[in-house]
Ligand binder design. Structure first.
Ligand code: GTP
Ligand code: SPV
Ligand code: MN
Length: 627
């Protein structure tokens, strides 16, 4: 760590000037210019070392940002309680600012870049007064890897620095590459809570500084990120959603690859055959759980490669290769328990930062679903006393979007080669959402155009991962609605192009799944979690059939695509009535005719940019439905 303190006042630059400095690749000049704008007390260049991490953690314990948990029960672990108004991504304040609004597309918030830069300059001016600005050089993907990319985050949040150190490769080796001229994405973050007013009055800090006014802004043409006012997750850890999805999706569009909101796993069959699967589900719809699945079927194994983001690139060997650009998990806590996700429970046994979960009287953490019964007394995520009566009254002890931050290599199911810079060749891609009705448990796309149609029409009930009304069904194409840095219809076109560039015998098969069907009483029809292996086993068999390793038939046609043939899904030992299974795999023609209308209305929102292949597929669906 090096420090520079006491800089001479200099005239404020415009954000255009700052972008120009960043574009020269002179990282020191850019850091200086941002410091002149934001006026921190000190600038610290982070080296990613363990000593540095410990120093930052000690500082946050002193300010009350981190509460140490009992070292016997949860070694090396801490609880952070956020401001109650800073608990999730803020999609309404997330902006994509290319010069032409059409390039952001109808589903992103667009603002004129010059106007946005003026606005940002005003809020960032002096916003780090009284604080330290950290310089965090990071690599998404193994440092120097062929599929990797670099960024530098400037932030006044030590919580963001330590979290970035878990989620990405931070260190002097990255800075050395940047200083040697490697391109990097400049990313500026401030919690927006200066400790010194313009008139010099100093105020005391709070455990979770933030600002009611928030901005999460992307300039895709300059590949630049500015985030203000929030310290939470995707708003503040800029390597994650801002870079590895929004900016990377734009880079991928231009360079012929894909940045996707996907988990990545290796399935190993009882015969020892390996299958690599990527799956896109919207936020809080089961990626982490599928990534760490403990198979209920004997002989099957799942190795974890990634749980949230995958970069997919056609490889020299003709396959579509995938890497997980991250190094950690920022996972949803509620619902994570020994019965649902034992691997995650083991992963967070130590060296974990928990945010917005509940605290037990003996200094451990708890959240809904960790154990079947809640403890008799807790401190809830807001710091108030809590008893099960509060839970019964609808006040959960942990915030629904409470999370754990932990290194990927702490996961007992992590693959030995999870950080191989060359990635893995994909055999299957799975799209899914959270739908109580109509969408079957599993189906297979008939061809690549159908595959892209499945991705483009994912719909899901809203979860707590972002602000908004819970439960409302919305379209979430490719699970990328909040994360695509350009026009979503162009993203579909890009998917068509990338897939068509891969020979059919190497192209991943594509499936749709829905673990979340409910019966009339609101109970889940499908047991989910470790039992999802039954669906993945069918996926793996279908891969074998497509690659000529089997010649039996285990699928039947339906208006929506291929469904498992009767008996093809191993449901031995499951507590499923024939009626349940029927409900999970039957296509309700009336419901789907209405769904087709909704898809058409959704497509219409993109005007003539919807690829003809997707319009054709919709017409095909209507024909199959017999209307
Ligand atoms: P992000 O990190 O927000 O991108 O979410 P994610 O897609 O990784 O979601 P995650 O796996 O954390 O799951 C979110 C919630 O869904 C948790 O409360 C899980 O317990 C629940 N869930 C996951 N898989 C299943 C399943 O198969 N069945 C049911 N019923 N619930 C599930
Ligand atoms: C999501 O919301 O999809 C997440 C959490 O994975 S965040 O990093 O906050 O985006
Ligand atoms: Mn996510």
């Amino acid at each position: 760590m090096t420090m520079l303190v006491g800089r001479a006042p200099a005239p404020l630059t415009t954000l255009e000037d700052l972008a120009a400095v960043a574009a020269t690749g002179d990282v020191r000049a850019w850091v200086d210019a941002v410091a002149r704008l934001t006026e921190p007390d000190a600038v610290v260049w982070c080296d990613g070392s363990e000593r540095e991490r410990q120093r930052l953690v000690a500082g946050m314990v002193a300010t009350g940002t981190l509460l140490p948990l009992d070292p016997e029960l949860r070694p090396g672990s801490y609880l952070a309680r956020s401001d109650p108004d800073d608990v999730a991504r803020v999609e309404s304040r997330t902006f994509i600012c290319p010069s032409d609004a059409a390039d952001a597309g109808p589903t992103n918030n667009w603002r004129d870049p010059a106007e946005m830069r003026r606005e940002l300059r005003a809020v960032f001016a002096g916003c780090m007064r009284g604080r330290t600005m950290y310089v965090v050089p990071f690599s998404m993907g193994p440092v120097g890897g062929p599929l990797s990319a670099l960024g530098v985050q400037l932030t006044d949040s030590p919580y963001a620095v330590v979290s970035m150190g878990v989620m990405a490769r931070v260190g002097s080796d990255v800075l050395a590459l940047v200083e040697a001229g490697a391109p990097f994405v400049p990313a500026v973050h401030s919690v927006g809570a200066p400790l010194v007013d313009a008139d010099g009055t100093r105020r005391a800090d709070v455990p979770w500084p933030c600002n009611r006014l928030k901005y999460v802004v992307h300039f895709p043409e300059e590949r630049e990120i500015w985030s203000f006012g929030s310290g939470y997750g995707g708003n503040a850890l800029l390597g994650k959603k801002c870079f590895a999805l929004r900016i990377a999706s734009v880079i991928g569009r231009d360079e012929g690859w894909l940045a996707e909101h996907m988990l990545l796993v290796r399935l190993i069959s009882p015969e020892g055959r390996r299958y690599h699967v990527a799956a896109a589900f919207p936020s809080a719809c089961g990626k982490t759980n599928l990534a760490m699945l403990s198979p209920s079927l004997p002989g099957w194994r799942v190795e974890t490669l990634g749980d949230d983001i995958a970069w997919l690139r056609p490889g020299a060997d003709g396959t579509l290769r995938a890497i997980n650009p991250e190094t950690g998990f920022f996972g949803v806590a509620p619902g994570t328990g020994a019965a649902t996700n034992p691997a995650a429970v083991e992963t967070v046994a130590r060296d974990t930062i928990f945010t917005n979960v509940a605290l037990t009287p003996d200094g451990d953490v708890w959240w809904e679903g960790l154990t079947p019964e809640p403890p008799a007394h807790l401190t809830d995520w807001t710091g108030r006393p809590w008893t099960p009566a509060d839970g019964a009254a609808g006040r959960p002890a942990a915030h629904p979007n409470s999370r754990f931050t932990v290194r990927a290599d702490r996961c007992p199911t992590i693959a030995d080669d999870w950080d191989d810079p060359a990635g893995v060749p994909l055999d299957a891609i799975v799209f899914g959402g959270r739908r109580a009705a109509d969408v079957p448990l599993v189906l297979q796309a008939e061809d690549w155009e159908h595959a892209v149609f499945l991705g483009a029409t994912i719909s899901s009930e809203r979860t707590a991962a972002a602000e908004g009304t819970l439960g409302e069904v919305r379209r979430d194409p490719f699970a990328m609605m909040p994360f695509c840095g350009y026009d979503m219809a162009r993203h579909w076109e890009h998917w068509l192009r990338v897939g068509q560039g891969i020979a059919e015998d190497r192209r991943p098969l594509v499936f749709g799944v829905n673990w979340f069907r409910r019966d009339a009483d609101g109970r889940f029809l499908w047991p989910g979690f470790g039992e999802n292996i039954r669906v993945l086993a069918w996926v793996a068999e279908q891969v074998d059939r497509a690659r000529g390793r089997r010649d039996d038939v285990a699928a039947v046609r339906s208006p929506l695509g291929l469904l498992p043939a009767p008996g093809a899904l191993d449901i031995d030992g499951l507590d499923l009535t024939p009626g349940d299974l029927d409900a999970l795999l039957t296509v309700d023609r009336d419901a789907w005719t209405a769904e087709a209308d909704r898809i058409e209305a959704f497509f219409d929102g993109f005007g003539d940019r919807v690829p003809a292949a997707l319009r054709r597929r919709l017409t095909h669906l209507r024909t199959e439905l017999g209307g």
